[in-house]
Design a protein around this ligand. Sequence first.
Ligand SMILES: *Cc1c(COP(=O)(O)O)cnc(C)c1O
Length: 360
Amino acid sequence: MARVINFSAGPAALPVPVLERARDEMTDWHGCGMSVMEVSHRGPEFKAIASKAEDDLRRLLGVPDNYRVLFLQGGATLQFSAIPLNLAAPNALVDYVVTGSWGKKAVAEARRYANTAVVADGAEGNYTGIPDPASWTRREHAAYLHYTPNETIGGVEFHDIPDSPGVPLVADFSSTILSRPLDVSRFGLIYAGAQKNIGPAGLTIVIVDESLLGHARETTPAMLDYSKQADAGSMSNTPPTYAWYIAGLVFEWLLEQGGLEAMGEKNREKAARLYGAIDQSAFYANPVEPAARSWMNVPFTLADPALDSRFLELAGAAGLKNLKGHRSVGGMRASIYNAIPLEHVETLISFMAEFERRHG
Ligand SMILES: *Cc1c(COP(=O)(O)O)cnc(C)c1O
């Protein structure tokens, strides 16, 4: 069967050359006579895979030497707890900016561990934009300020890094990491579940300024303690070896594409084309303020929601899969991560135009 165009929000499409390479190396990795799944995480084969993946990720993002890169499990969701446990004492203040569903979930976990405040909330605008940073009611002595650079469900993205003088910035990059260049030095910590724009589910990347390490509270489970994981090379226990290996193949692929500068240009173009098509149509609509529109997740509605199921049915028959919007917002959502080339976005745009012509 031919491959479909997969607009899933996550787990999401992977680059075909990465899948082909994994296939070719499946039963015998580099002549060792075993698959990556079958080798010890402490053996020479996996050590080589692990350190190359870290080096390539550091190169891609220009990670400064004073940051540690961790390859963990538990998804971005477990980091919602790990972050306050590592960075905030029980009575510490922790500040959150909420621009959608994932930010709300991060706050709900933080409340269990620290004096948590929502210093800005996009609820008033129904999460279609980013509250003006001048209005954020931040606390000067907060242990950190957390935000969600890209809200995967609502399709709301920060296109600039907010200033956070004196307070470490912590950010959930799950659905936008590696989509463009990033100045890691502006952050205390960034984290991302792998299954959107990195690789398979089961792997979570944390990049943390080492000056923030060493303050985990006493009761922090060892597996969630960043210093312990950093000291153990992210191998406090058996890491998700295969997911780590595939992520490494994705990093190599990104470097071959010209790195994040080149990916950023492609992603900007993909998003511009798709939003352009939506905006010039009276049939499709996207509610997000133009300045906050996500490059990665593009939600859109049809003028008549009764046509949604027909749209999905015909799209599926044309090989355009997983366009159904999140149940909380309805409509459609096209996730156009790094593995989706411009041609696939153009195929979607043509399909949308044809659907509008026939049904609009
Ligand atoms: C998908 C997603 C999550 C949840 O990730 P898990 O790895 O499933 O825990 C958290 N935050 C954002 C922004 C996401 O897109």
